[in-house]
Design a protein around this ligand. Sequence first.
Ligand SMILES: *[C@@H]1O[C@H](CO)[C@@H](O)[C@H](O)[C@H]1NC(C)=O
Ligand SMILES: *[C@@H]1O[C@H](CO)[C@@H](O)[C@H](O)[C@H]1NC(C)=O
Ligand SMILES: *[C@@H]1O[C@H](CO)[C@@H](O)[C@H](O)[C@H]1NC(C)=O
Ligand SMILES: *[C@@H]1O[C@H](CO)[C@@H](O)[C@H](O)[C@H]1NC(C)=O
Ligand SMILES: *[C@@H]1O[C@H](CO)[C@@H](O)[C@H](O)[C@H]1NC(C)=O
Ligand SMILES: *[C@@H]1O[C@H](CO)[C@@H](O)[C@H](O)[C@H]1NC(C)=O
Length: 343
Amino acid sequence: MGMCLCLTVPGRCLLVLGLKLFFLIPAGVPARSGEPGLKDNITVRQGDSAVLKCNVDSKVSRVAWLNRTTILFAGNEKWSLDPRVVLMENTAVTEYSIKIQNVDVHDEGPYVCSILTNKKPKSTKVHLIVQVPARITNISKDVTVNEGSNVNLMCLAVGRPEANIMWKHISPWGTHRFVTEGENLELKSVTKEHAGAYECIASNDISTPDYQTVQVTVNYPPFISKARSTGTPVGQKGVLQCEASAVPRADFEWYKEDRRLLNGLNGVKIENQGKQSMLIFFNVSEEDYGNYTCVAMNTMGITNASIILYGPGAMHNVNGAATLTRCSTRLLLTVTSLYLLKF
Ligand SMILES: *[C@@H]1O[C@H](CO)[C@@H](O)[C@H](O)[C@H]1NC(C)=O
Ligand SMILES: *[C@@H]1O[C@H](CO)[C@@H](O)[C@H](O)[C@H]1NC(C)=O
Ligand SMILES: *[C@@H]1O[C@H](CO)[C@@H](O)[C@H](O)[C@H]1NC(C)=O
Ligand SMILES: *[C@@H]1O[C@H](CO)[C@@H](O)[C@H](O)[C@H]1NC(C)=O
Ligand SMILES: *[C@@H]1O[C@H](CO)[C@@H](O)[C@H](O)[C@H]1NC(C)=O
Ligand SMILES: *[C@@H]1O[C@H](CO)[C@@H](O)[C@H](O)[C@H]1NC(C)=O
């Protein structure tokens, strides 16, 4: 096909060949000039400006800057339509440099300064490398699941070089732990220990790492963590405390034997504060002593604990027994001593 064209229209064929020679030789092998002229790579951050430097001498007849095979500047004439590409104010006669403003990832690649001196082409090639700080672009939304479910978390990030993604678990129980590397985090059959914040950390050493967190809430049935019996004398204010750990937070009910106690009735008040419930007796009477039940419940389950309100008598009895034991030991010792002294 090309040969045919050359035969029929030899003039045009030569012209095409001539153009190819002018542009392709500098872009490709530096040919006979003997100087390869490959400068160091230029590394810039996305958004910054890149200055591509080219040194020329007074014998130069033609100069051009190319992006791959596309001419950006030919002499002082701008060929590129991109407003970000500008010719530097090259004060020195020996400099022919351009600037690319607001560099983007597409700008990465080889740039060639093509020089024609005494009909000999020469070129300077620079490789533009564009760096992008690691940045999280999409991350899972906060989730609430029941104990036993599986949870899959995802964290997507961009960056050049490619961002390294890591997950860190910040537990509400105060522990920090790196869980895994990679975009996806799979939690199988979660327990309440899996709850907390999951921090995704994307880094690539270009700038400070990017962080974002996902909150994982694990619903679990209540368990009573505090239910202490209390001794209170008649005529005083008495308080029974019950504490339950649960997600969602537990609701409380109080019972004495089978009878449900209601707030404000029979001289008692029920006060709930967070995970704690208090049964308050305004003025403890003899009939108030006994066995109470604190019931804690949420959507996940129900549990209860027994709490005794006892009087000073009961307390005295317990202490009394201990005192008695100590007394008898001492008495025994005294008796033994006396017995020994006698002999
Ligand atoms: C320039 O970058 C290219 C591609 O990233 C790489 O292959 C080459 O080794 C680098 N050259 C220098 C001198 O850093
Ligand atoms: C360089 O060429 C690439 C590929 O054609 C293009 O996407 C990019 O915008 C160009 N950059 C400049 C500064 O001309
Ligand atoms: C984030 O990823 C999810 C799941 O792949 C997708 O449904 C959602 O559209 C993405 N959001 C954004 C802002 O890209
Ligand atoms: C508590 O009750 C007793 C008898 O029921 C009464 O004598 C006493 O005044 C009461 N104390 C208070 C502080 O209300
Ligand atoms: C209180 O009652 C519960 C059952 O309602 C029982 O298991 C527990 O032993 C009782 N405690 C005392 C000290 O009587
Ligand atoms: C407390 O729990 C026991 C066993 O789980 C149950 O048999 C009892 O009825 C419960 N008591 C109350 C007052 O809910």
